[in-house]
Design a protein around this ligand. Structure first.
Ligand code: ZN
Ligand code: ZN
Ligand code: ZN
Ligand code: ZN
Ligand code: ZN
Ligand code: ZN
Length: 955
């Protein structure tokens, strides 16, 4: 330990690659016991502090003038903390990854008070964040991100049932307390402190090492869909598709923001291209400042010779171009291998003009987060012609043998390429794909003669599997990119050293992110489930299959229908070929049938039998269009707090994909985030497919978004979400009480089409059935919401799928009907087969819950001999009249209640004229005819927020 500390402190930078492990050559093959034995690999140097600075290890202020800064990753430490630093440097972070899992980056956004995981600096906008873990990263740093995302499902590569804490450094919530020492462990000044991405445990860097590695998922354990119970073979699908995250996540305001920073480029650019631009245009320049060490400054790329990729139109907020004015320094462009050249991605370093060759090489390596021995690398010049030429890669490969001499020629070279010097021997690490306790990897020496086969032969005995047949194993090369983890089986005769050289030629960063796994051959069965919605309803399976054959040219030998939802016009396809699955998925999104766009959702398989007892995973539906920007934030929070596979965005195929995914789960609960209309939408869908669910009566909780939210109020979830901590919302859902609620079916049977029907063709409407949860209004009440509706585009998606068909005449001129306000003369009411005389009213309202029009009490609290006290589960509806707008206003203000007319369970209303009607706030004009209201199926189980918690808080 002391030796290690000494080498960290006093060792020359050239010796630090030894710490990184890669360069270490052991005299014999040896097995390393665990990855925690790898030292953190920083290159610390003493620096003079010129401004208030905090220690990244202990979060405390660094008093005095001296601190220790890692020249690679900018980790800042107290002198006293140096010997304890256990956070790995970004340059060796890939070797600490237990199971490589790519992150899921949406489009760049603006994130305040967050720090970059790679360079540890405060985020500049725009930056990326992972949509399923807490990783934040600069657009420029994204190439260096470690593929250490949460493993949210089994994918056939490294499946295991026990879960370890998944620690993520920094960006902790304010007020974070260490689980171990109970002291504050967060910091708003630096990237510091640790959080488990599953159980949410918080701890200091010093403290988290003593926590037992197994994660039990914490307080939300009973709600989290355990990752070991979900299976998804996803080779070809991007993470965004796997987690059903819409690629256009930007909210309107963010879009504007982004657009204003872009002057000319078309908005239709695809995301990868955008990212490439961002990476290409915004470069780092390393400055060596006396006493401050290496600073990483984002700077604008020089405008010349960048070509189209950096034409300045994608510039972010203009930053000062801080080209060093120090004449003793020179700035060099460094490319990482042929990949960097091909993409025209380079980094700028600034080195003293009198720097030695090896100092330049070292600075170049650090710019790419490589901490190997600089002696194993060299820089090759790179001419302008080469840059502009098409066959630039060949040229450089060909030029490799020529000795290019000193870095310092008379004409200062613009650009250099980092190249690894050829070696006759290397030590590689072989990881067993089966996670073996105690063995992270085997270090193995390979030479010019080593092939895949000889490597497997040597490794098996070291893993205790010498008795097994060589043919049963393969060597898999895994490129652990932050955005994608790519696997490639190596040919058994492949010369390993040649392969390593090839990778290094492409990019030494890629070499740093590449691993070799020894994998057991298995008959892996490919199965991808894709939900396809938006098809015409009520067709036979054969008819659906024919449509799919016609529209998507599906290959029937690898595609079969596993489920058909006739009523909803949806099918689930089982596809046994990755490329076919991907092709279908992409094609479906561009296909319309009868002018209706199809939608596709990748469905994970929930292995219901593995779900532990006492686990009722929460199925979360979020309507991102409800409540302004909050929907998107909630999606992100719930994906992060739970398993992203249990969070469904309703704009992506409605509630059906979620219910289908959970159809075999023995017991689950539902959380709907949205307005009353959204809740009605989900309850309606549940009613339709409950007979296909193992858990046919899940309890439903509500997170009310937007305005209105009468049902949310009645069930104590509040009038609307105002930014409460999503974690405590989940706790409330867990603690909520189960209550029953009546639901109602409204049958609308028009005798003749309403005036102003499409084309004016007098064609009788087929009867229409809608479901009602809250209330249904006729007359003035509906008319007002009809007016209101045009201004309110709160839930367009829901409106379309619920009621919007030929019977909805929202656009009918209101003037025609608005002055005939004698509703009692225009309708007849029958309650439980008895005619009811109507008083003089302008509005008639049927209420199921004691909240109407954003919280008003229409029935009132007075006791009345004629009627039962209303309940939401008594199988009765209350019927109330209002005399006009003034009366409605008085009800809203709580001065009066409505006129009590009746209570019953079966209603027939006869409309003699076209009348505005609204159901749960959704209005239209209904043509003359019959309206029948009756109980709909069994009562639903709702979750009512428990009062107890409030009391506890108040006490
Ligand atoms: Zn410290
Ligand atoms: Zn470092
Ligand atoms: Zn960064
Ligand atoms: Zn992630
Ligand atoms: Zn944990
Ligand atoms: Zn602590």
């Amino acid at each position: 330990m002391a030796d290690e500390a000494r080498s960290l402190l006093g060792g020359s930078p050239a010796s630090s690659p030894v710490l990184a492990g890669r360069g270490r050559v052991s005299s014999s093959s040896s097995s390393s016991s665990s990855s925690s034995a790898i030292p953190p690999g920083h290159s610390f140097r003493r620096v003079t502090l010129t401004k208030p600075t905090f220690c990244h290890y202990c979060t405390d202020f660094i008093w005095g003038l001296a601190g220790y800064l890692c020249e690679v990753c900018n980790f800042m430490s107290h002198e006293k903390c140096l010997k304890n630093v256990n956070i790995p440097c970004s340059c060796i972070a890939p070797s600490h990854v237990r199971v490589p899992v790519a992150h899921c980056f949406g489009p760049p956004g603006h994130y305040k008070r967050k720090f970059c995981t790679v360079c540890r600096k405060s985020l500049e906008s725009p930056a990326f964040r992972c949509e399923v873990c807490e990783l934040h990263v600069h657009t420029d740093c994204i190439l260096f991100v470690c593929s250490d995302c949460r493993q949210c499902h089994q994918d056939g590569h490294q499946d295991h049932d026990t879960y370890h804490h998944h620690w993520r450094e920094g960006n902790l919530p304010s007020g974070a307390r260490c689980e171990v020492c109970k002291k504050t462990c967060g910091s708003s000044e630096v990237l510091s402190g640790m959080r488990c991405e599953w159980c949410g445990m918080l701890a200091h860097a010093a403290c988290y090492v003593v926590v037992t590695p197994e994660c039990t998922f914490g307080r939300l354990r009973s709600m989290i869909l355990p990752p070991s119970c979900v299976q998804l073979f996803s080779r070809n699908f991007s993470k965004l598709h796997c987690f059903r995250i819409s690629e256009n996540l930007q909210t309107e305001s963010e879009k504007k923001n982004y657009a204003s920073q872009r002057t000319s480029r078309s908005e239709k650019e695809d995301t990868p291209r955008k990212i490439r631009h961002l990476v290409a245009r915004s470069l780092f320049r390393f400055r060596l400042l006396p006493g401050r060490g290496v600073g990483v400054l984002p700077s604008r790329a020089p405008s010349s010779n960048e070509g189209d990729d950096v034409d300045g139109s994608t510039q972010g907020p203009a930053k000062d171009v801080q080209i060093s004015t120090d004449s003793s320094k020179q700035t060099l462009k460094i490319f990482d291998g042929s990949d960097g050249v091909k993409r025209n991605q380079f980094r700028l370093i600034s080195v003293p003009r009198i720097a030695k060759n090896e100092e330049v090489v070292e600075a170049a390596l650090r710019a790419y987060y490589i901490n190997d021995d600089q002696q194993e690398y060299e820089l090759q010049t790179f001419t302008q012609q080469a840059l502009l030429s098409d066959d630039v890669i060949n040229r450089n490969d060909a030029a490799e043998d020529s000795n290019l001499g000193s870095v310092f020629r008379e004409s200062v070279p613009e650009a250099w390429i980092i190249r690894a010097k050829p070696k006759d021997e290397e030590v590689i690490r072989i990881y067993p794909a089966w996670l073996q306790e105690g063995t992270a990897y085997i270090s193995l020496r390979v030479n010019r003669d080593s092939t895949t086969q000889t490597v497997i032969k040597e490794v098996l005995p070291l893993l205790g599997r010498q008795a097994e047949c060589l043919q049963n194993f393969r060597l898999v090369e895994v490129l652990m990119g932050g955005k994608q983890v790519q696997r490639m089986v190596l040919d058994s005769q492949k010369l390993i050293l040649n392969r390593l050289e090839d990778i290094k030629k492409i990019s030494i960063r890629q070499m740093n992110q590449t691993r070799f796994y020894i994998v057991e051959n298995s008959k892996s069965t490919v199965q991808v489930n894709v939900f396809v919605g938006g098809l015409p309803p009520q067709l036979s399976p054969e008819e659906y299959m024919n449509i799919l054959k016609d529209e998507l040219a599906i290959k029937t030998n690898v595609v079969s229908l596993s489920h058909v939802y006739q009523a909803q016009g949806a099918v689930v396809l089982e596809i046994s070929c990755f490329s076919e699955a991907e092709r279908i998925y992409m094609l479906v999104k561009d296909t319309t049938i009868n002018d209706k766009p199809l939608n596709a959702v990748v469905i994970p398989e929930v292995m219901a039998s593995k779900i532990p007892q006492n686990c009722w995973p929460l199925l979360v539906f979020v309507n991102p269009k409800s409540g302004g920007l909050k929907g998107r934030d909630l999606l992100y929070c719930f994906r992060k707090l739970l398993n992203p596979h249990q969070v469904f965005e309703l704009t992506n195929g409605g509630p059906l994909p979620g219910f289908h995914t959970f159809s075999k789960v023995p017991s689950f609960r539902v959380l709907v985030c949205g307005g009353d209309g959204t809740v009605g939408w989900v309850l309606g869908a549940l009613e339709e497919i409950r007979h296909k669910l193992v858990c046919s009566e899940p309890s439903v909780a509500i997170l009310p978004l937007g305005t209105g939210n009468d049902l949310g109020r009645v069930l104590r979830w509040g009038a609307g979400y105002s930014g409460e901590d999503p974690y405590s919302i989940l706790i409330s859902v867990d603690e909520a009480d189960n209550v029953l609620m009546d639901r109602w079916t409204i049958l609308l049977d028009a005798e003749e089409p309403a005036e102003g029907a499409e084309n004016g063709v007098a064609e009788p409407e087929p009867p229409k059935i809608v479901q009602m949860n809250n209330y249904c209004g006729l007359g003035i009440d509906a008319e007002l919401s009809l007016d209101f509706h045009h201004a309110r585009e709160e839930e367009p998606g829901k409106f379309n799928s619920r009621f919007h068909n030929k019977g909805v005449y929202v656009k009918v001129g209101l003037q025609k009907i608005s002055h005939t306000r004698n509703l009692h003369k225009d309708i007849k009411l029958q309650v439980d087969q008895r005619e009811v005389e109507l008083p003089n009213i302008e509005g008639l309202i049927f209420i199921n819950i004691p909240s109407w029009g954003s919280g008003a009490d229409l029935w009132g609290t007075d006791s009345d001999d004629r009627f039962e006290k209303p309940r939401i589960d008594d199988g009765l509806l209350e019927v109330v009249g209002v005399t006009g707008v003034v009366h409605m206003g008085q009800v809203q203000s709580g001065f009066r209640s409505g006129i009590r007319i009746a209570q019953g369970s079966y209603f027939r209303v006869t409309l003699l004229k076209p009348i505005p009607v609204q159901v749960d706030g959704e209005p239209w004009i209904q043509a003359p005819g019959q309206i029948i209201i009756s109980a709909a199926g069994p009562k639903v189980h709702m979750l009512k927020k428990s009062k107890q918690k409030k009391k506890k808080l108040e006490a």
